[in-house]
Every structure is written in structure tokens, then in C-alpha cells.
Design a protein around this ligand. Structure first.
Ligand code: PGA
Length: 269
């Protein structure tokens, strides 16, 4: 850990699941089942459930995130939602998820601008990076992730010479998302080291030792330990399993043991 204490974070990405009514009930149940010291918990519901979930979680320590923000703050972008619109309800945003890179054609330049919008609005970004299966098979996984980060941060520096202080990076190998396959803990750890090295090389203020790196890709209560056993991995971005209360309870319980062992506490306390 290089002497730096980072928070342990479990973030739930509900993707395009739940209705507003289901979402507030599920959020309530997850909050009640995951009251564990030392773990920062974040739930990212669909936009339409943002208000109901933020109301359901108002008296808990679970924080609310969105799954995406637009690359511009306002304007003629029909159907889109921007960072300044959501800060009443959310304190986090996932940025650059591979499903959006795939389905909405998001590229690193656009993702860099989304990071800026998060920084301007005070949203903590969870920046997603990760290689495709063919990249890993061809031995290009590390190059791919390094390039994603460098191009994203180049945009951040070019536009405003800032890097969000609150940056969190999620390493999510694309081939592990929703497939039941997971990376090996040792591979995820090597990637976390590469991510911090690349961030440092890009001149992130204060160095990158303080930047939490999460693993994402088919994380369950059964697989989380492999990742939390790695000192360079600070938690998980959880998709499918985050829709199940018992799975979230198991994942956060294990994260709590890690937080206690590392002596790390949740930033928000
Ligand atoms: P998964 O999704 O846990 O269902 O693989 C993770 C993610 O896409 O963030």
C-alpha cells in the first residue's frame, strides 16, 4: 500500500434493471443488509430511479451514483442527462463503462470530457478501463489499458489542466463482464499497479498511490475474496450480483474484513 491508506469501496451498478418502485425497496434492503464498518457503499440505479433511491437511502450511509453523465454540462442534446442535473441526488458517477464504449461509441476523448464534467460538478468518477478478450489473448491487455488511461487523461489536461482529486478507477476486463468468468486476482493486481503507474506518469497531482482501484467483472460473494486478497485492489464494481440482497450482504461483509485488516475506513465515515 506504499503507506497510503485507501478506502475500501463496493459500488453497485444496476445497469438497466429495476423500476423506480423496485429500486427503492431494493436499495433499502441492501442498505440494511450491508451495515459494515469501514466500507464505502455506492449504489448506481438507472436514472429514472435516482430520486426514489436517493430518498430511500437518505438516512443511511449508502451513497448514490449515476451510471453515466453527458460530456457537456447543458445544451441541445435530446434525451441526455448531465452532471449538474444529478448532483442533487448523486455524489458519484460511473464513467466510460465498456457497455457504453460498445453500444454508444464512447471513446477515450469523450470519456475525458465526462471526467471533467464530474470534476466541475463535484461528482466522484469511477473511471472504467479494461481490455477485450482478443487483447488479452494477444498479450496486449496492459498496452490497451495504458492507452485508454493516457488518452483519457490527455483530454483532461488539454481542456483544463485538472485531474479530479476524487478519481477512482475500475479495472473491468470486458470478457469478464456478465459472463461468469473472472480475471485472476494476480492479473487484476498487476493491472492495478499499471494503472497507478500510468496515472503517476500522466502527472496526477499528489501521485497515484491514493487512487482507489476496483476490480469489476462477474464479482460475487464467492469470488470477491480473490480480489480483496490483493493489497492493490480496493474493492469492486459489481453488476449482476448487486441486484441480489444476499450477494451484496456477502460481498460487503468480506470487504469489511478487508477494511478492518488494512485499518482503512470509509472516507465519509
Ligand atoms: P457484472 O458487471 O458484475 O455483471 O459482470 C460488472 C460491471 O459491468 O460493472
Amino acid at each position: 500500500m506504499n503507506g497510503v491508506q485507501r478506502p475500501v469501496i463496493i459500488a453497485a451498478n444496476w445497469k438497466m434493471n429495476t423500476t423506480p418502485l423496485d429500486a427503492s425497496l431494493l436499495a433499502n434492503d441492501i442498505a440494511a443488509a450491508t451495515e459494515v464498518a469501514g466500507v464505502t457503499r455506492v449504489i448506481c440505479p438507472p436514472y429514472v430511479s435516482l430520486e426514489s433511491v436517493s430518498r430511500a437511502l437518505a438516512d443511511t450511509e449508502v451513497e448514490v451514483g449515476v451510471q453515466n453523465v453527458h460530456a457537456e454540462p447543458f445544451g441541445a442534446f435530446t434525451g441526455e442527462i448531465s452532471a449538474p442535473m444529478v448532483v442533487m441526488f448523486a455524489t458519484w458517477s460511473i464513467v466510460g463503462h465498456s457497455e457504453r464504449r460498445r453500444d454508444q461509441g464512447e471513446d477515450d476523448e469523450m470519456i475525458g470530457r465526462k471526467l471533467l464534467r464530474c470534476a466541475e460538478s463535484g461528482l466522484r468518477p469511477i473511471l472504467c478501463v479494461g481490455e477485450q478478450l482478443e487483447d488479452r489473448q494477444a498479450g496486449r491487455a496492459e498496452d490497451t489499458v495504458r492507452r485508454q488511461l493516457e488518452r483519457t487523461l490527455a483530454e483532461v489536461r488539454r481542456v483544463a489542466e485538472i485531474v479530479p482529486d476524487d478519481l477512482v478507477v475500475a479495472y473491468e476486463p470486458v470478457w469478464a463482464i456478465g459472463t461468469g468468468l473472472t480475471a485472476r486476482g494476480s492479473d487484476a493486481s498487476a493491472m492495478a499497479q499499471l494503472i497507478r503507474h500510468t496515472l503517476s506518469g500522466a502527472g496526477i497531482p499528489g501521485g497515484a498511490a491514493h487512487v482507489p482501484v476496483l476490480y469489476g467483472g462477474s464479482v460475487t460473494s464467492g469470488s470477491i475474496d480473490e480480489f480483496l486478497a490483493e493489497p492493490d485492489i480496493d474493492g469492486a464494481l459489481v453488476g449482476g450480483a448487486s441486484l441480489k440482497v444476499d450477494e451484496m450482504a456477502g460481498i460487503v461483509a468480506r470487504a469489511g474484513l478487508t477494511a478492518a485488516a488494512r485499518g482503512s475506513g470509509s472516507r465519509q465515515g
